[in-house]
Design a protein around this ligand. Structure first.
Ligand SMILES: C[S@@+](CC[C@H](N)C(=O)[O-])C[C@H]1O[C@@H](n2cnc3c(N)ncnc32)[C@H](O)[C@@H]1O
Length: 352
């Protein structure tokens, strides 16, 4: 953790500023120590260079474990290496700007949150493009790998924390990017409310959630859920994902051939994306990512636009693809969207 991160953090229970007590350092990185709340009795460890502020984890342990396994396997090279879900880093950067409705100049000098940062690859990209601070936050233990992936950049920070109890200052971020995350919580609308509190008035929040439309990977997941196959240990799910990727790749190849026939060519951006060539490792990651999470709610565009409007956002835009991707501009009116703060637990429950 770099000392500059402290300016962006707050107690996830009471939202007060934190004070650092630092131990071991490696260059600019504070590797051990604690962050003590100035408003309540809470104290949070810094371990392995990452501040650990992940609280209110009831019902989230499975999600944290399966994604921790997924991103660790990714960093160990067990899935794709030069791409992530089929996109190169250059494509990811163009995708980020497009979804955010931003230019490279908007990112330069901005304070940016990558909420549910997973591998940390978007956090790193944002940092490499001149953000004042790019903060990646995630609940899973593979934040260690994300930290290793980003620590050479002085403006990039990785935090272990929960979107439903964000350990961040309110109204502090120019840009908040949250792609493919809140449908993996038990309360996607609540996660959106939580995120919206952290966007500066005039700043932009972008979220992408699973759409209510047919997706073969999620269809198979629903079927396997019924047989509890998706609750198998992660190493078994990984082997299953790898095994079913071979016939899937063959099926996707046949689908592409059919969609090249006259009259069957794709007519939408989504259709185009479904017929792109895929590698085996992309399909393997896609299967593991689809099969393993405990929660994977699906949402309509109207529902997500409604979340933005309720939180006082203006310029709300539902982008054409990916669905459902929506962005909006925060207003001062959206300061405290809906007053559901994280309940303050008894000291005993906080391990005090
Ligand atoms: C499908 S991955 C997406 C990662 C990244 N946003 C990307 O686009 O590559 C979903 C991520 O959300 C994280 N996540 C799920 N629930 C979360 C929560 N309550 N708080 C923080 N992160 C969460 C998972 O640990 C996982 O890394």
């Amino acid at each position: 953790m770099k000392a500059a991160l402290l300016d962006h953090l707050a107690c996830p229970w009471c939202a007060s500023p934190l004070e650092g007590r630092y131990g071991l350092r490696e260059g600019d990185e504070i590797m051990t120590g604690s962050l003590d709340c100035t408003g309540c009795d809470s104290s949070y460890p810094i371990a392995g260079g990452v501040p650990r502020l992940n609280l209110a984890m009831e019902d989230l342990e499975n999600v944290a474990r399966t994604f921790g396994f997924e991103w660790r396997a990714h960093h160990e090279g067990k899935f794709e290496s030069d791409t992530l879900f089929g996109r190169t880093r250059e494509e990811d950067w163009a995708f980020f700007l497009d979804c955010m409705g931003a230019t490279a100049d908007d990112v330069n000098g901005a304070v940016v949150l990558d909420a549910g940062c997973g591998s940390g690859s978007f956090t790193r990209l944002i940092g490499e493009h001149g953000a004042t601070a790019a903060i990646g936050i995630d609940i899973n233990d593979a934040v260690d790998e994300a930290f290793a992936h980003c620590r050479h950049l002085e403006n990039v920070h990785i935090v272990q924390g929960n979107l439903l109890a964000l350990p961040l200052r309110r109204r502090a971020f120019d840009l908040v990017w949250c792609s493919g995350v809140i449908h993996h919580t038990p309360d996607a609308a609540g996660a959106h409310r939580s995120l919206s509190r952290h966007v500066k008035p005039g700043g932009t929040l972008y979220v992408w959630v699973y759409a209510k439309r047919f997706n073969p990977f999620r269809f198979v997941k629903t079927v396997l859920d019924a047989a509890r196959v998706t609750r198998l240990p992660e190493p078994v799910l990984l082997r299953l994902s790898k095994a079913i990727s071979y016939p899937s790749l063959a099926a996707l190849g046949a689908y592409r051939a059919v969609r090249r026939l006259p009259g069957l060519q794709p007519r939408s951006a989504w259709g185009e994306r479904t017929v792109r060539p895929r590698t085996l490792t992309e399909v393997q990651l896609t299967w593991f990512d689809a099969l393993s999470p405990e929660y994977d709610s699906r949402h309509s565009e109207a529902e997500v636009v409604g979340w933005f409007e309720q939180a006082g956002f203006t310029n709300v835009v539902a982008i054409e693809e990916p669905k459902v991707g929506v962005r909006g501009t925060a207003t001062a009116a959206g300061d405290e969207p809906v007053g559901d703060r994280v309940p303050m637990p008894a000291l005993a429950d906080r391990g005090a």
